[in-house]
Design a protein around this ligand. Structure first.
Ligand code: ATP
Ligand code: MG
Length: 357
């Protein structure tokens, strides 16, 4: 029987609650399915590790992860450490170290969950946002000069390479092609940013020719936010830069009902390295340690993890179990207006998985 090696990195805040919940659900699924086994290795990296060792993860941490089949990640963020240190020291280190250049963010209104869009039927909102995850606005290029002086200046250079743009566009076109509507919206800001964004537009036109069966259009990022609210049914697959898609996918998650249910995968499409799956929310210090975190975003990330491993029927079973739980108002956590706790939702999903067989 196939045994998959999974790295569990809970990180900080509610990551320490939702990742163990995700592991519990995956283990229940493997036990119920019987077709594969999972071997988890736990890595205690994050804010506590930083205070003990002066870094968010060990220097040879990537080597420890390299042989894994996938990574389940929680969150990086600690109130006592600057956000850019926690982010660059752990999450981005893994994303960049393993060239997980495609960040994939599905959004749907799950059964039983009310989004804020009153005129939106659930079937109107079924999107996947593909975020460029290796360069662009978050390339880390820039600097500060004359710190503390009146002439202080700072830059963050948004660096986009043709190779980087082409590979994310090709990934997005391929993903759009695999979905029933075969439709892609390429988001840029090429009216105002006249170098890299114009290159995006040119690359999109060229790559579109490779996918004649995909309907595609272009949208400016500001117009895209309005379109997501006003015409959600006009959208299917979306591709955008690192920063633009970061913002659009938080909006998407909120429109689908809660940040707490949204999943994401940091994918190396070439499968040279392990890919990493995580809820899109952060460490949420306001509710940490209280058992209030909604684990659904992590569970849905586990669905993506299973799909990535090729365990599609197990992935479908887990998604069904999640949907049957979201459809039950008594199992809604506080972010969804309910009173259920992380452990209640986790137990209910496990019970549902056991009942499927
Ligand atoms: P970070 O700095 O690590 O991004 P954050 O403090 O900005 O973390 P987020 O986790 O991004 O917080 O989310 C913002 C708010 O949304 C949280 O303060 C929390 O109240 C709520 N929230 C986020 N995720 C969840 C969840 N899984 N369950 C319940 N509430 C959540
Ligand atoms: Mg945040």
């Amino acid at each position: 029987m196939k045994t998959y090696r999974i790295a569990a990195i809970p990180g900080d805040g509610i990551g320490q609650e939702v990742v163990p919940a995700g592991q519990e659900v995956l283990e229940a699924l493997a036990a119920a399915d019987g077709g594969f086994e999972l071997s988890f290795t736990h890595f205690g990296w994050g804010g506590d590790w930083y205070r003990a060792h002066g870094e968010m993860m060990p220097a040879d941490g990537l080597d420890a992860l390299r042989g894994m089949d996938a990574i389940l990640f929680g969150s990086a963020g600690d109130a006592r450490i600057p956000d850019h240190v926690t982010l660059w020291g752990l999450r981005l280190k893994i994303c960049q170290g393993f060239d997980q250049y495609a960040n994939v963010r599905p959004t749907r209104i799950l059964p039983g969950i009310d989004g804020p869009l009153k005129r939106c039927r659930p079937e109107d909102l079924d999107w996947v946002i593909v975020r460029e995850n290796s360069e662009g606005e978050y390339a880390g290029v820039g600097g500060r000069v004359h710190q503390g002086h009146p002439i202080e200046a700072a830059t963050d250079v948004s660096m986009m390479t043709r190779v980087g743009v082409e590979r994310i566009l090709r990934y997005a076109f391929r993903l759009a092609q695999s979905r029933p509507r075969r439709q892609l919206t390429v988001v840029t800001k090429s009216n105002a940013q006249r170098h890299a964004m114009v290159m995006w537009d040119e690359c999109a036109s060229a790559i579109a020719a490779e996918f004649p069966d995909v309907r595609w259009d272009k949208e400016l990022v500001d117009a895209m936010t309005a379109r997501m609210v006003n015409r959600p049914a006009s959208i299917d697959t979306v591709v955008a830069t690192n920063l633009h898609a970061d913002i659009l996918s938080d909006l998407a998650a909120a429109l689908a009902g809660s940040l707490g249910i949204a999943p994401t995968g940091n994918i190396d499409p070439e499968r040279r390295y392990p890919s990493m799956f995580e809820p899109i929310h952060g460490s949420a210090f306001d509710i940490m340690g209280q058992g209030l975190a909604n684990p659904v975003g992590t569970f849905w990330s586990c669905v993506m993890l299973l799909e990535h491993l090729g365990e599609t029927s197990a992935a479908q079973r887990l998604m069904q179990a999640i949907e049957s739980v979201t459809a039950t108002p008594e199992l809604h956590t506080r972010d969804l207006g309910g009173t259920a706790r992380t452990a209640d939702v986790t137990r209910a999903v496990c019970r549902q998985l056991a009942a499927q067989t």
